[in-house]
Design a protein around this ligand. Structure first.
Ligand SMILES: C[S@@+](CC[C@H](N)C(=O)[O-])C[C@H]1O[C@@H](n2cnc3c(N)ncnc32)[C@H](O)[C@@H]1O
Length: 253
């Protein structure tokens, strides 16, 4: 699935803020080896570099477009093209960090123990995932897809992979010396025309549009846009409020 780093980074501030807030809760002074899984264009990696300038820092990313953007940044990091699911390093890491990535990966009950096995003793696995699968922005995508003539084509477009906070506790508590799990709902204040559509165009909408031809895409977007305008009306001051729930986990091995 293709990613467009420029569309993604239209909301760079809102998308990077959770990475900064996750990082603030990682209680490690001077880790030697740090990796950013699903580093995207390098925005989350930049926060890691600023916090730990002396660490050996890596960014792992499956999208060539995103990785090219990261490589073009001035960041001093090792950039690796690869898949989180098959990541199997020979060495252990002090910090395995991931912001807004695992929602794209299935079977977290298998993934997380596997990732914890790559964390050094006393090190941290820290990740953030959106937990907005049932919010109107995502429910309406599925509603349009299910009611469309291409319902079959779009059947697998998006699966629910993110678990509840309690389920993450159950998976990680037996493997952690300490565990910190919390949720936040950001009341995001967006500007401009159809800003929620612009937001999801950089992320969750892509799997619904990529299987469609050009005309089909136009129809899909027109129907989805009309529903979004009702769910997220533009206020008298021109702003649109877009509440966004996210879940954070910091597990110390
Ligand atoms: C929403 S972006 C997050 C980018 C960045 N970490 C940030 O904080 O904004 C998700 C990124 O995860 C990458 N990704 C998704 N699944 C992946 C996988 N299985 N392995 C490696 N990267 C993956 C995507 O290519 C994309 O760049």
């Amino acid at each position: 699935m293709n990613w467009d780093p420029d569309i993604y980074m239209k909301f760079a501030g809102e998308r990077t803020r959770p990475a900064i807030e996750l990082l603030a809760r990682v209680p490690l002074g001077m880790p030697s080896r740090v990796i950013d899984l699903g580093c995207g264009p390098g925005n989350s990696t930049a926060s890691l570099a600023a916090r730990w300038p002396n660490a050996a820092l890596e960014g792992l990313e499956s999208s060539p477009e995103m990785l090219a953007k990261a490589r073009a940044s001035a960041l001093r990091a090792t950039w690796v093209q690869g898949d989180v699911q098959s990541w199997a390093p020979d060495i252990q890491y002090d910090v395995v960090f991931s912001n807004a990535v695992f929602q794209w990966i299935s079977d977290h009950r298998a993934l997380l123990p596997q990732l914890m096995s790559h964390v050094a003793e006393g090190g941290a696995l820290a990740f953030q995932v959106p937990r907005n699968f049932d919010s109107p922005s995502h429910a309406l995508m599925r509603e349009v897809a299910n009611a469309s003539p291409w319902a079959e084509k779009l059947a697998g477009a998006r699966q629910r992979h993110v678990l509840s906070p309690e389920a993450y506790f159950d998976v990680l508590a037996p493997r952690s010396a300490s565990l910190d799990i919390w949720e936040t709902t950001y009341l995001q204040v967006l500007e401009g025309d159809d800003p929620v559509l612009a937001w999801v165009s950089g992320t969750g909408l892509r799997p619904f549009l990529q299987p469609l031809g050009e005309k089909e895409r136009e129809t899909f977007i027109a129907q989805y846009r009309a529903r979004l305008r009702e769910a997220y009306p533009r206020r008298a001051d021109g702003k649109t409020l877009f509440p966004f729930q996210r879940l954070f986990v910091v597990a110390i091995r």
